[in-house]
Design a protein around this ligand. Structure first.
Ligand code: ZN
Length: 144
């Protein structure tokens, strides 16, 4: 197995066992839910803004396969501290990564790069991108 394959396994296992930023977020400004009928993954994402457009915190909670949970957990750590625009940009890059439209070892994506591993499994692409789609819905929905 390649180095990226091993890293993929260890990151997925780690975040699945010890999910980061898991549970409802106090004072959330936005929230959205995602459902992947192909696998049965369900999750909810909360977003809280700080100064201006900066995302101060992102939490998630859900049930589903290890890939969907690990991807959601890793996403919350990757998004924190970014602006709304940067977060939407990262959504696009992540989507291209799992769809196989970015190099498999892209620059600037950090640990998110391990999800390049799912591009060989089309049914897993939905698992890996579920949290990101929920995040995008939360960010583009009109504020309440
Ligand atoms: Zn899944």
């Amino acid at each position: 197995m390649s180095d990226l394959g091993e890293l993929y396994q260890s990151v997925i296992l780690d975040h699945n066992r010890h999910p980061r930023n898991c549970g409802p977020l106090a004072g959330a400004d936005r929230e959205a839910e995602g459902y992947n009928p192909l696998c049965g993954d369900r999750l909810k994402v909360w977003v809280r803004f700080g100064e201006g457009d900066v995302i101060e915190a992102v939490n998630f909670e859900g049930t589903g396969c290890a890939i969907s949970q690990a991807s959601a957990s890793l996403m919350t750590t990757a998004i924190r501290g970014r602006t709304r625009g940067e977060a939407l940009e990262l959504f696009d890059r992540f989507h291209r990564l799992v769809a196989g439209e970015e190099p498999s070892q892209p620059a600037g994506l950090g640990k998110l790069a391990v999800f390049a591993g799912v591009r060989a499994y089309p049914s897993r692409v939905k698992c890996a991108s579920l949290a990101w789609h929920a995040l995008r819905s939360a960010l583009v929905s009109p504020s309440s």
